[in-house]
Design a protein around this ligand. Structure first.
Ligand SMILES: Cc1cc2nc3c(=O)[nH]c(=O)nc-3n(C[C@H](O)[C@H](O)[C@H](O)COP(=O)(O)OP(=O)(O)OC[C@H]3O[C@@H](n4cnc5c(N)ncnc54)[C@H](O)[C@@H]3O)c2cc1C
Length: 261
């Protein structure tokens, strides 16, 4: 699997991305024109630190439209159709283009062997790779027999590799990362989002830091499958609510109210 950030370049990200979000945020609370706000942000009259302070507050408050003004375009290659099927389920703030199994006649279709199968009993592993090799050899035979690619591809397995270009605005990217960096996500798509996060970090550590499992900004885990808290990143919401209930009961028993902050 390979991921490369095609846009923005480090120069564009450094010059424009923070000022763009800052301008969107500041416009809401300022009598100044957006042009003037942007000029002040790019010529140094408003320092990057000051801009980051406002942008952080706005993102953490969930005012998401302000971060829809910037986009990231990724070249994603060598992922499986299993992954791409999950990826394109995301709809808002995104554009995808994917290698066509209809128009492309694969001479040597490639596939991925999951780690659990690569490390499994050698006989099982061999049966797995034989099954994939057979499917893909049959695909070639179908093409040679004159079957159109759009029909021959029906025999291709989920393990077949594919390539995509994905453009996401920052709001979409944070939302997707929240779901797909979670330890409950499937390993391949989780790996993809680790690489995406790395790529965003290379052009903006400040913005890259917002790409995190959803429990990080929430402060608790809301995944049903983590009620046993086997993932230790954040406590499950049941524990958080349980602790709060206990505290409230203790305060009531002592005849005082819980402080409201
Ligand atoms: C761990 C995990 C397991 C999953 N398992 C399954 C599964 O077994 N089967 C399955 O089918 N899918 C599964 N999914 C996919 C999941 O149900 C979503 O389709 C996918 O994660 C896209 O999420 P989304 O709808 O929040 O995101 P996006 O489509 O990116 O949307 C972002 C947000 O925009 C808003 N939005 C977008 N479109 C609309 C709309 N039409 N109406 C109202 N609001 C909208 C919502 O607030 C949404 O959260 C799984 C996902 C994860 C992360």
């Amino acid at each position: 699997m390979r991921v490369r950030l095609l846009f923005p370049t480090p120069e564009v990200a450094a010059q424009a991305y923070l000022p763009l979000i800052y301008t969107a945020c500041r416009t809401c609370y300022s009598e100044l024109d957006p042009q003037e706000i942007f000029d002040r942000a790019t010529d140094g009259r408003v320092t990057p630190e000051k801009q980051q302070e406002l942008v952080r507050k706005v993102i953490e408050s969930g005012h998401g439209s302000t971060i829809e003004h910037i986009v990231f375009t990724f070249a994603i290659s060598g992922v499986t159709r299993t992954l791409s099927h999950q990826l394109v389920r995301h709809r808002a703030g995104l554009a995808f283009d994917q290698q066509s199994q209809r128009y492309l006649k694969y001479r040597e279709p490639a596939y991925m062997v999951p780690g659990s199968i690569a490390d499994a009993d050698p006989e099982l592993r061999e049966r797995f790779t034989d099954a994939l090799d057979d499917s893909l050899a049959f695909y070639g035979e179908l093409l040679e027999a004159g079957i159109p690619g759009e029909d021959a591809r029906f025999v291709m397995p989920n393990a077949t590799r594919t390539n995509l270009v994905m453009t996401a605005n920052l709001r979409a990217l944070i939302h997707m990362s929240g779901l797909r960096l979670c330890t409950m996500a499937q390993w391949e798509i989780r790996r993809l989002f680790q690489l995406i996060r790395h790529e965003v970090f290379t052009v903006s550590p400040f913005l890259g830091a917002f790409l995190a499992p959803k429990c990080v900004p929430l402060g608790y885990c809301d995944e049903d499958r983590n009620r046993d808290e086997h993932c230790p990143i954040r406590p499950h919401k049941d524990s958080v609510l349980g602790a709060w209930s206990e505290k409230r009961a203790a305060a009531k028993a002592a005849g005082r109210d819980l402080p409201v902050r």
